[in-house]
Design a protein around this ligand. Sequence first.
Ligand code: PGA
Length: 254
Amino acid sequence: MLKKLFFNWKMNPTSPNEASSLFAEFVSLAQSQPQISLVVLPPYVYLSELNQQLQTSGVTNLKLGAQDLARHSAGAYTGQISGQMLKNMGCQYVLIGHSETREAYQLSHEQINQKLLQSLESGLVPILCVGHQSDKTITEINYPELSEQVTTALQNLPTEFKTEFYLAYEPVWAIGTGKTATNSIIEEVSQFLKQELAKLGLAKQVGILYGGSVDDVSIQELVKLQQVDGFLIGGASLKPEKFKTIAQVVANQV
Ligand code: PGA
């Protein structure tokens, strides 16, 4: 199956016009590569306008998602955005526990779990990010930490839960640094994550993603990964020539 591409704009760009122009590049990419599935994760404030742009375009292989959601469904939580609000804005996906969000809000594993349960309750597809926070290099994979991140985030899931679901492995040292993990390490970690998921009865329904300095150069090697179902892309999602090359490389991999 073709690898799915998720584009995390983070806190960019700075104006609605720029957001709309950048999104137009994704629309044209989706039109020219109809076999590839693309998901753009813009800042909340642009969702409404980009959703309109998406509806007008008529493309079906490009979807919208958010970068975070609240732990609660509604109420006195100043500054928070609920899953239901995102769903009503046209979002279908949501990032949960990105390392930058974990750090900025000092999120506990239990809080990540609450966000995950909210995403499922709202009908949003979660992209749960995990990565070794404490390690500085790839040679120090902290398997107990990864295991804890996965098992605590995935507790108390509804039994009837059947939605699409993604687990994104993002080594913290690889994010925004231009350094990627080697394919053999990513395969090893993906295998480990699948074993953890199997213990929870989720091995079949959860897709594994890799994120961390995926760009037009690193994709040439990363696309060969067998255990990985897609990529979470940060910096390169702001550069049309880069994300179009990434998509082309993935499309050629049939
Ligand atoms: P990067 O970001 O591609 O810029 O490394 C990835 C991410 O933070 O999801």
